[in-house]
Each structure stands twice: as structure tokens, then as C-alpha cells.
Design a protein around this ligand. Structure first.
Ligand code: SIN
Ligand code: CO
Length: 386
């Protein structure tokens, strides 16, 4: 029988995926008690002021709370002086700055890493909110500090109209069919498109575990970039059917079929297609969050092994693999990764989120060279022994 998960309120991942994922909301009380107090409001404020952090400060006018204002990072201390009564601070990708926060992804391992977006943390004093809205992605909203009242409403889509003249995509109304206050550790799963409205009951931090959804236009874009890089495809196509005189304004049906077939032949080239899709899916969202590291060589690595260091995936990096005819191929941060066969099982474990020890099997010249390359590119990182 499938394992029942506390984070899903005692149902299995399979049941959640079949009944709730992308379909309907799920409220789980005390789903993630360890999230409580990982961060306090001040930590979030301080993080929002740091260089490269992506944050937004959302304010509602005291005189007319229906008038919204959004300021995106860089934020400065002065932005928080004399704030109106209602405001919210949103900080993106907090998992790239806090290992404790990044660790929480492990609780959501029933959804693969390539679908993850980031963990956003919101901080709001009593009454603060980002308004009634919907998102085009799945999100697990987990209360980390204080309390937030969540109301859920109707399903929306790309045709849904928004309140005019505001800097946020706000819904004019919501048919409320769910109304609950979440306390630290409580979780609310909201599927894409579902209208939601969260209002702080007191000083409150809410963690949004966001999952991204690919779209065909982005994939097409990437596919076309990959093909455009291929110089051979710049060769002109031979005019093979110029045997009759046609109308001067016409591309004949056969000519169109011929041109399309040339294009479609290329699209059958699965190496380029796979490379395009895998590089897009492994692309990091916050590239500036990938740390620049001091160059490490094989000798330094050997020292690190002796000191008991372990290896893990750098939280801001993405490492993915796909199985092609029993061969695992890897992509990291938007590019293919070439490694020695001996390292494949270890890199797979790292991509699967495991922390690995430098045991005897890793002590191989090829593996150490691969590892040095991945460390220098900040795809993986060293963690000291506890
Ligand atoms: C919030 O935490 O205030 C907003 C999160 C969301 O609505 O997705
Ligand atoms: Co939302």
C-alpha cells in the first residue's frame, strides 16, 4: 500500500495526485510543524534589503485601500518608514538563501524537481494582503508565523477580467466557498486558476511553495534557438519542383508541403529537441542567486574528502536527468553536462536531492575531475560534516 504522508493529512501522494493536484484545494492542519519560527518577520525584512534579492513591497492607500502600489526590488530601509496601515512584503526564492528553508522541499518530493519554482515568503502585519487573485501555477501555502485567513473562490482562466487601473491583477469579486484561518504549520494547497485571498490576522509569515508549469510557446522559442544555432540549416533548400509555371502570386500547395516537410524532418531530430527541452527545464529562475565560488582543483577536493565534507546540490541550481535507452543524460542550469560513466549513479543521487558522502567509490581521478567542474560551476556544493 502507498505510504500515507503527514504533509498531505494522512493521504498518500498517489491519492493526492489523483484527487487534488491541479483539481481542487486541500487544507491540512499541522502539516509541516517544523516550519514554525524557521524565520521571523525581521529576517524577511532584512533579506528583502539584500543585494540581488527579488522582493516586492505592496501597499494599500490608507484613504482608499482599493488603490494599490507595488515597489519591486531594490528596496531600501526608507521604503519601510511610515508605511500605510496595510502592506505586504513578498520575498522570492528564500530557499536559495536559507538551507533550513531549502530543506523543506524534501517534504514535497512527490512532485519532481523540474516542476519546482521557488519558495516565496510573505510578511504582512494585521490586515495586509495581496488582494483577491489567482495564479497560473500550483502552490502550497504554508503558514510559518502568526495567522492568515484564507478565502477561496471560483476557478479563473486567461479570459478572467481584472480590476482596471491597478498594478496587480486583482479580481473584482470572489464567490467564497472556503474560509479558514491558518496557524503555524497549517498548509493549504491551491490549484492553478483558483481564486484566493489571504489576509493577515496578526503579524504573519506565509511560505508559498510554488510549482512552475511549462508552456508550448517557451518550448518553441527554445527549440527555434537551438535550430538557429545549427549553421548547416542555413544552407538554402534546393528548388526541386520548379517544373511548371504557376501563378506569380502563389506558393503552390506542393511547395508549401515541401517547405513544411523540411521543417518537420528537422523536428524529428530528437537530439536537438531533447536538448532544447531539457535545457529549458533545467534553467535556473534566479541566475544571480547562483554563488560565484573560488576555483577548486582535484587536490583541494582530496583535502575536503579527508576533512569529511559531503556533497549536495546547490539550492539555486537545477540539475536534471533523463533516461535515454538506459543511458542517463544530465542537464544543469540550462546546459548539457558531460561526465564520466563512473560518476553517473552519484550525480543521479545528487539530482534526486540526496546528500552524499565521499566514500571510497568516489575516490577516482575521473570522478574527482567531474566533481571539481561541477563545484566550480556551482551546480553542486560541499557541506561540512556535522
Ligand atoms: C501571500 O502570501 O500573501 C500571497 C501568496 C499567494 O497568494 O500566492
Ligand atoms: Co496567489
Amino acid at each position: 500500500m502507498s505510504q500515507k504522508l503527514d504533509i498531505l493529512g494522512g493521504i498518500s501522494a498517489e491519492q493526492f495526485l489523483a484527487e487534488y493536484w491541479q483539481k481542487k484545494p486541500l487544507l491540512v492542519r499541522n502539516a509541516l510543524p517544523e516550519i514554525a519560527n524557521i524565520l521571523e518577520p525581521n529576517d524577511v525584512m532584512e533579506l528583502a534589503l539584500e543585494d540581488n534579492v527579488s522582493a516586492r513591497l505592496i501597499r494599500q492607500k490608507d484613504r482608499d485601500p482599493n488603490q494599490w502600489h507595488v515597489k519591486s526590488s531594490p528596496l531600501i530601509k526608507g521604503d519601510f518608514q511610515k508605511p500605510p496601515k496595510l502592506w505586504t512584503l513578498l520575498v522570492q526564492a528564500v530557499d536559495h538563501y536559507s538551507f533550513d528553508v531549502a530543506e523543506l522541499w524534501k517534504k514535497f518530493s512527490f512532485i519532481p524537481q523540474w516542476r519546482r519554482d521557488d519558495i516565496m515568503v510573505s510578511y504582512a502585519p494585521k490586515g495586509g494582503s495581496v488582494g483577491k487573485h489567482f495564479d497560473f501555477y500550483d502552490v502550497f501555502l504554508v503558514q510559518g508565523y502568526g495567522h492568515r485567513r484564507w478565502q477561496l473562490g471560483q476557478m479563473c482562466d486567461a479570459e478572467t477580467e481584472f480590476v482596471a487601473g491597478q498594478p496587480l491583477k486583482l479580481l473584482p469579486e470572489m464567490d467564497i466557498n472556503f474560509d479558514e484561518v491558518l496557524a503555524p504549520g497549517d498548509l493549504l494547497y491551491v490549484p492553478p486558476g483558483l481564486a484566493h485571498y489571504g489576509v493577515a490576522e496578526d503579524d504573519c509569515l506565509t511560505f508559498s511553495f510554488g510549482f512552475r508549469m511549462p508552456n508550448v510557446a517557451d518550448m518553441m522559442d527554445r527549440v527555434s534557438d537551438k535550430f538557429a544555432d545549427n549553421e548547416l540549416l542555413r544552407n538554402p533548400l534546393q528548388d526541386i519542383i520548379r517544373d511548371k509555371v504557376s501563378n506569380i502570386g502563389e506558393i503552390t500547395e506542393q511547395e508549401l508541403i515541401f517547405l513544411k516537410s523540411k521543417l518537420l524532418d528537422q523536428l524529428q531530430n530528437s537530439m536537438v529537441l531533447d536538448d532544447a527541452i531539457m535545457s529549458l527545464m533545467s534553467e535556473p529562475k534566479y541566475i544571480d542567486n547562483i554563488p560565484e565560488v573560488e576555483e577548486i582543483g582535484v587536490g583541494d577536493l582530496e583535502e575536503a574528502i579527508e576533512e569529511g565534507y559531503k556533497l549536495m546540490l546547490e539550492p539555486a541550481s537545477r540539475l536534471l536527468y533523463t533516461d535515454q535507452d538506459d543511458e542517463l543524460l544530465f542537464w544543469a542550469n540550462g546546459e548539457g553536462v558531460c561526465i564520466s560513466d563512473a560518476f553517473v549513479p552519484f550525480l543521479k543521487q545528487l539530482a534526486d536531492g540526496q546528500i552524499i558522502n565521499f566514500d571510497q567509490e568516489l575516490y577516482d581521478q575521473d570522478i574527482l575531475e567531474d566533481l571539481a567542474m561541477l563545484l566550480n560551476d556551482s551546480i553542486v556544493m560541499l557541506v561540512p560534516a556535522e
